[in-house]
Design a protein around this ligand. Structure first.
Ligand code: PLP
Length: 402
């Protein structure tokens, strides 16, 4: 039987080796930041510890008053509204569209009050939001647009890169991202004064030591998800599933919690070198994943009960992962795993329903349904056309119980 992992780190051994060799010379975040500015066509990019702390420093830099409101899509990673709270502001959860993963611009409009100051369009799985609608609302109501590009580097809307539409945006480069520097994040800003403040607050001096733990984790993940390695991983996944456990959750899940003390960050020269290498090949890699995703989505549309997220008109999506709506996704995942295909329940939440945001609770039925139904199918550059056919075929069988 062919076994397929749900995910593979998006970096080659060659890139890793080249980055390590290049990383012996001086120069940390700056070279990578300049390259990102050119790639996105934005004036300022600043290194940050992580997206959450980049967002925190951004919000602080905007000079908002305690209790001012920020519109956040309900379906997102908990760390985003947690950073808003940590900055002394109030996240106001906005539902997503029923047929996509994107913030609903009409629901956002209805959520604006006299205290709303900012909105965070979030391009989940590389599906780019309707930035024209969000930016029009922001202009009308005087809101700052901060794009969450944690999952969307390389995407565009009407020919302009995602990340270059708002006043600011943030990107993160952990090992599970479609472009990785084994950790670290970048914040981009249009305004010079805001960028200067970010450099002071969010960026620390060049990292003196290589983040060896992250390097080791990437190497282990590469082995565990490789052709020869995955059958063993698969056995472990099945064993855990048999005991009612989710191995990926056990190893990687970060339980939602309020954020601690603010942190600044930087890139080690090897990470910066890796960032430059990855950025140079990003468009080609995104194109390869786009081809496989479109092939898979085409096949999935023919499967009863499965819904493919809608893309926005004018969006050039990057498909950093491959989400589909499948009612009863836990069971579907188990059945698919029994047939050799790993998938993922994902790590996003309907944050409007999380206990930690009880004070900001709001009914967001579309986000609640997405949390219940969105399953992430295998998608990575090495996937062959025949693998994609296999995934679709086995999902069809899994849902039929055949
Ligand atoms: C959509 C989204 N926003 C924000 C974050 C937070 O990123 P970080 O872990 O770098 O703070 C993530 C994490 O992966 C994410 O997926």
């Amino acid at each position: 039987m062919t076994f397929l992992p749900s995910f593979r780190p998006a970096l080659s051994w060659r890139e890793l080796g080249a980055a390590l060799r290049a990383g012996r010379r001086p120069g940390g975040s700056e070279e990578f930041a300049r390259a990102l500015e050119r790639y996105l066509d934005v004036p300022h990019a600043v290194a940050a510890h992580s997206a959450r702390w980049g967002l925190y420093h951004l919000l602080r830099g905007l000079g908002l008053r305690e209790g001012d409101e920020v519109l956040v899509p309900a379906l997102t990673y908990f760390a985003v509204p947690a950073a808003v709270v940590r900055a002394g502001l109030k996240p106001v959860f906005v539902d997503i569209q029923p047929d996509s993963l994107a913030i609903d611009p009409e629901a956002a409009r209805r959520s604006v009050t006299g205290r709303t100051r900012a909105v965070i369009p979030t391009h989940l799985s590389g599906f780019i939001c309707d930035l024209a609608a969000v930016c029009a609302l922001a202009r009308e109501r005087g809101l700052t647009v901060i794009e969450d590009c944690a999952q969307s580097l390389g995407g565009a809307f009407r020919g302009r890169r995602a990340g270059a539409w708002g006043e600011a945006a943030y990107f993160t480069f952990g090992v599970t991202k479609h472009m990785t520097t084994l950790g670290g994040a970048m914040v981009v800003a249009r305004d010079e004064v805001l960028a200067r403040g970010l450099r002071r607050a969010a960026q620390s001096p060049v990292l003196a030591r290589l983040p060896a733990a992250a390097l080791l984790k990437a190497a282990v993940m590469k082995c565990a998800t490789s052709g020869p390695g995955f059958p063993l991983t698969y056995a472990g996944l099945r064993l855990c599933a048999g005991a009612g456990l989710d191995a990926v959750d056990l190893l990687f899940a970060e339980p939602p919690a309020q954020l601690g003390e603010p942190r600044a960050g930087a890139f080690h020269p090897a990470q910066s070198a890796l960032g430059l290498l990855q950025l140079a090949s990003l468009d080609a890699r995104n194109q390869r994943r786009r081809e496989r995703a479109l092939q898979l989505y085409g096949l999935l549309r023919a499967i009863p009960g499965v819904r493919v997220p809608r893309s926005q008109e004018g969006a050039e999506d990057v498909f950093s992962s491959c989400p589909v709506f499948v009612p009863g996704k836990e069971r579907a995942r188990q059945e698919l795993l029994r047939r050799g295909i790993d998938s993922s329940l994902g790590y996003l939440q309907d944050c409007s329903a999380l206990e930690m945001f009880a004070e900001q609770r709001r009914e967001c039925p579309n986000a609640a349904r997405a949390k219940r139904e969105v399953l992430y199918l295998p998608l990575y550059e090495e996937l062959a056309e025949s693998d994609v056919e296999l995934v679709a075929d086995r999902l069809r069988r899994a849902l039929r119980g055949a």
